[in-house]
Design a protein around this ligand. Structure first.
Ligand code: SF4
Length: 244
């Protein structure tokens, strides 16, 4: 799976209300087609991943932190091993940080075990070992950014919370914008991600978006000819830039 963005280290300081992006304008017919086709594609092709078999916020958090900067096939064995060693926030919080750092090997990007350990300590100290489900409270943790908060809300608490990682940015930008630099359109893309979620289906929709970006609308060589979005996609047919 392509890299997730590094949202764990970029904690917005604004309140939930202040950080709300402008409403995204999407034609309602296009929106419905995108939603139904994406969910249908996910039912037929979605990946069978271990963190999709749980709603435990701790396990979801561990998977999300591991997936930042590391590909799915490398994360899976370490995810199982880590959870066997530290099955709860309490177990992780009580472990010496040096031991946790060693248990993280060979995933790399070694700031992550420190942040995860710190979140575990804070969860135990402030919330008795259970993560809260409100965005503002999640964002108050050092090490939880907007993407990670949205992932926890939708994957652990089944809420219709938006997410925006590398895959989602690419898919939404290609289908709904088609031009310009996606890096400068984050506010619009966050608004789109929120506006597109079908009511009550945030979990499946967000998982589907990430899988679609990893498996169909890939960074370098998307499968445009077979893509269910091609008649509504503003980038179809994708043409790779030459010489770069
Ligand atoms: S048509 Fe191509 S660029 Fe558009 S969403 Fe599908 S794979 Fe991505």
């Amino acid at each position: 799976m392509p890299r997730r963005n590094g949202s764990i280290s970029k904690r917005p300081r604004r309140s939930q209300h202040e950080s709300r992006p402008p409403a995204a304008a999407v034609d309602s017919g296009v929106k419905r087609r995108f939603q139904s086709r994406l969910l249908k594609w996910y039912r037929e092709h979605g990946r069978d991943l271990p963190w999709r078999k749980t709603s435990d916020p701790y396990k979801i958090l561990v998977s999300e932190v591991m997936l930042q900067q590391t590909q799915v096939d490398r994360v899976i064995p370490k995810y199982h091993e880590f959870l066997e060693r530290y099955p709860t926030f309490q177990d992780l919080a009580e472990a010496p940080i040096e031991e946790v750092r060693k248990a993280w090997y060979p995933l790399g990007y070694n700031i992550r075990p420190y942040r995860l350990h710190s979140i575990a300590c804070e969860t135990v100290a402030r919330y008795g070992g259970t993560l809260p489900n409100h965005q503002e409270e999640l964002l108050s943790f050092k090490g939880i950014g907007r993407y990670t908060a949205g992932a926890i809300q939708s994957f652990a608490f089944n809420e219709d919370a938006p997410i925006l990682d590398t895959n989602v940015i690419r898919v939404l930008h290609r289908v709904f914008a088609g031009t310009g630099n996606p890096k400068t359109q984050k506010r619009r893309l966050w608004a789109l991600s929120e506006a597109l979620i079908p009511k009550g289906k945030g979990y499946d929709f967000n998982q589907a978006l990430m899988d679609f970006g990893a498996m169909v609308c890939t960074a370098r060589d998307p499968y445009c000819l077979l893509c269910p979005m091609k008649d509504i996609c503003k980038t179809y047919p994708f043409e790779p830039k030459r010489g770069g």
